[in-house]
Structures are given as structure tokens and as C-alpha cells.
Design a protein around this ligand. Sequence first.
Ligand code: PLP
Length: 401
Amino acid sequence: MLDPADLDAADPLAFARGRFRIPDGLIYLDGNSLGVLPKSTPARLGVTSEQEWGDGLISSWNAAGWIDWPLSIAARLAPLVGASPDELLICDSTSINLFKLAMAACALRPDRKVILTEEANFPTDLYMLQSAAKLSGAELRAVPRSELSAALDQTVGLLSLTHVDYRSGERHDLAGLTGEAHRAGALTLWDLSHSAGVLAVDLARANADFALGCGYKYLSGGPGAPAFLFVRRGLQQLCTNPLPGWFGHESPFDFDTGYRPATGIARFQTGTPPILAMAALDEGLKLFANVDTADVEAKTGRLGDLFIENVGDCLALASPRDAGRRGGHIVFAHDAAYSIVQASIERGVIGDFRAPNLARFGFAPLSLTYSEVAKAGAIVRDVVLSDYWREPRFAERKAVT
Ligand SMILES: Cc1ncc(COP(=O)(O)O)c(C=O)c1O
């Protein structure tokens, strides 16, 4: 068994832990849903609200650089996803960005009438792709994961997938599938919501076309944080933003009545960015400065392995055993998974539940130690083996699971 104390002693990311505010006695394994609060964020929100908004008022769009934040904050994300800063933008939500990019991609392949995806994709991805397909005169084809490669025929204009499955944690071969799609003449759109901040994503090496992801998970941007989007540089000038607001205009303050898209990635902006939320995301992303994504991915995998070892055989693992095939979270299948998660929360281990029967635990590599993850595994094991979870109050369903 891996020795957690040895792993902590040798951890190149150990310095980061002290930069997060984590309540005493809590082992937080839900960074895959809502990342923990960076200690610097409340003060930064204070500066942005009191000084920049309160004192600076409208002048802060220029003086504090608010107008540049969608691009300048995106630049901090670039090394985490293997992109150039001018290929990334912070804007809108993951759902909205999915729609924008799927529409843009369909318009680049007007003769191909199929968007291909996986039937187990995250619901918002499926809904948005369905709508984009309908509006583009295309069809959404959702197939099982094992049939994706075979389904990549000459009718497919866009392959849109979530890199790491929100339930199983299973990881797609991003570079491999992008290559297959390109050979079939299709474009690719990757949802990196469960990858950014836990894996060494390399969009450039994969030659990926479009991507996006959440800001509030492993990036610690805060609840409802703005999302990010990526468009490969070579495609940007060919693309049309289907939600062309004034912030994506070449010169918004000309108040032109005709739309002229901005050059480059900026054309994917729509409306005014949510500045307070952007400030919080900036603080989350700052914590990744000078962090090697290879270290991030290696620690994510080891934390997961350690947790699996400590939970032992009392729960059925429903994620790949091999860390190289996983993202940042792990699920166990059990008919009483909801109760097990609730009972574990009462014992100080925060995970979540995904219907119909999965207990999910996420491993944010910057804010967790090996020792606490090992302890958390032992606590979950005890919750299961002691039958503690059988107490009826743990079965009462809350609105958010
Ligand atoms: C893969 C994936 N995509 C998208 C979303 C959510 O999108 P939004 O931020 O627009 O609510 C989630 C939320 O958990 C997700 O797991």
C-alpha cells in the first residue's frame, strides 16, 4: 500500500494547500462540483467591489483593466490546457459556450448533417447539441462510447464529447479521437469541465478545434463562476459567433448599428462580463501559476489510487482502476449510495451522489494531502462496514445531491 506520509513529504504541490481556506476537520472531496475557496479571494472581491467599483466606478473599465479581463484572465488558464493565450476566452457559462461553439462548428461544415456525441454525455451538453443540431439543420447522433469511432463517417461534421465522464470519471483519448475525427473530415468540440486543473490537457498537441469548460470546479472560481472557451487559432477568423453581442464587436464603443466581428478569439464574447465573478476566477487561476501540469496529473492519479486502496473491497468501483484512464474523480456503485454519501458527510468526508446509484469523490491535487485522502477512504469504509449509513435520516433526499 502507498504510504501517505511518504507521498506528502515528496509532494511537489504541497506548497499549494496552505493557499486554500478549508474548514477544520473537513476532508473535501467535491472539488469536481465546487472547488474550495482560495484564501486570497475574499480580499480580492473586497478590492474589486470597494475600490474598483465603489471608488473607481465606471472609470475602472479602463483604469482597473476590466475590459481586458476576458482575455487576460484566460491567459492564466493557457498552460493548464495546452493552448496559446490568444486561443482562450473567459465568458458566459459552460452551457452557453457549448451552444456558441457547436453552432460555429456546424457552420464550418454545412454539407455534413450529423453532430456525433456519446449517449452518456452530461445532460446540458446533450440539450445544447440537440438545439444546435436543430437550428443548423443537422441531426444529433448519440451513441455508446464503444461505437464512437465506427460512427465517424462522412456525414459527421462535428464530434462533441466530454473529455472526462461526469459519472464514471473515465477519460477519452482526446488526441486519438481528435485525429480520428479529422481523418473523417469532422471537427471536434471538447468539454473539459472535469479535466482542467486535474489533468495535463494538451489541446495544441491534439490539434483540437474547439473546447470549453467550467470555472467553478477544479479551477476554484466560485459558485457559478464564468466558463472558458477555446478556438484553435487557425479557425478563429472563419468562425461566426451565433450570439453576436456588442462585446464581440470589432469596436464596441463605436456603437455601430451593423455587427463587425472582432479579430480573433474576442469575437466569441457576447455581453458585458460579470466582473465580480471574473475577479474570483482570477484568484482561483492564480493558484496554478508555475505549477507543472505533469505534477498535477500525477498527484490526481495517486490520490485516487490511495482512496481506492483505503476504501478497499467494501464498495464496487465503477471507475477505471487504472489512473491513466481516469480524470479527477472516482465513483462507487451501491444501491444505497445516497445514504452512504450523506453518512460520510456527517463524518467529515464531503463527496456527492450521482443518480441512480453512484457515490462520487473528487481529488483536487492542489488543495488535498495524501494523508487526509487516505483517512477519508478509511472513514467511508467504516461508514459502509459499520452499517452507519442505514440510519433513516441519511436517506432523505435534498434538492442538490
Ligand atoms: C461535463 C459538464 N458540462 C457542463 C456542466 C455545467 O454547465 P453549466 O456551468 O453551464 O451549468 C457540468 C456541471 O457539472 C458538467 O459536469
